[in-house]
Design a protein around this ligand. Structure first.
Ligand code: AMP
Length: 114
C-alpha cells in the first residue's frame, strides 16, 4: 500500500517542521496555518480517521492526546489556551485521510466553530 502524506512526512520524504517525535506519534507545523500556532500531531500508524480506530488503538490514542497537551505546553500556548480539533469525514472538512489532531493557539477562537 502506498504511504499517506503524513507517513511520507514521518519518513522525511516530504519536508516539514517537526515539533515532536517518538515511536508512536509525530507532531509538525501545519503548512497552511489557521492560527499563529498550528501544529498537527499524528499517529505513525496510518489510521484513516478517528471513526476507523478500534480497541487495539486505545493506548496509542491516549498517548496522542497526552502528547498533544505536552506539545502545546512546549509551544507556549498553554496559559492562553488552545484548541484540539479532529475532523472526521466530509462535513467536518477532513482533507487528509490519516488521523491527525490539530493543535491551534495564539489567538482567540470562536464558538461554535464554523
Ligand atoms: P484536515 O482538513 O483536518 O484533513 O487537515 C489537513 C491539514 O493538513 C490541513 O490543515 C493542511 O494545511 C495540512 N497539510 C496538508 N499538507 C501538509 C504538509 N505537506 N505539511 C503540513 N501540513 C499539511
Amino acid at each position: 500500500m502506498s504511504k499517506t502524506l503524513f507517513e511520507k512526512i514521518a519518513a522525511r520524504e516530504i519536508p516539514a517542521k517537526i515539533a515532536y517525535e517518538d515511536d508512536l506519534v509525530l507532531a509538525f507545523h501545519d503548512i497552511n496555518p489557521q492560527a499563529p500556532t498550528h501544529v498537527l500531531i499524528v499517529p505513525k500508524k496510518p489510521i484513516v480517521r478517528i471513526g476507523e480506530a478500534n480497541a487495539e488503538d486505545q493506548q496509542m490514542l491516549g498517548h496522542l492526546l497526552l502528547k498533544a497537551a505536552e506539545v502545546a505546553r512546549a509551544l507556549g500556548i498553554e496559559s492562553t489556551g488552545y484548541r484540539l480539533v479532529v475532523n472526521n469525514g466530509r462535513d467536518a472538512g477532513e482533507a487528509v485521510p490519516h488521523l491527525h489532531v490539530h493543535i491551534l493557539g495564539g489567538r482567540k477562537m470562536n464558538w461554535p466553530p464554523g
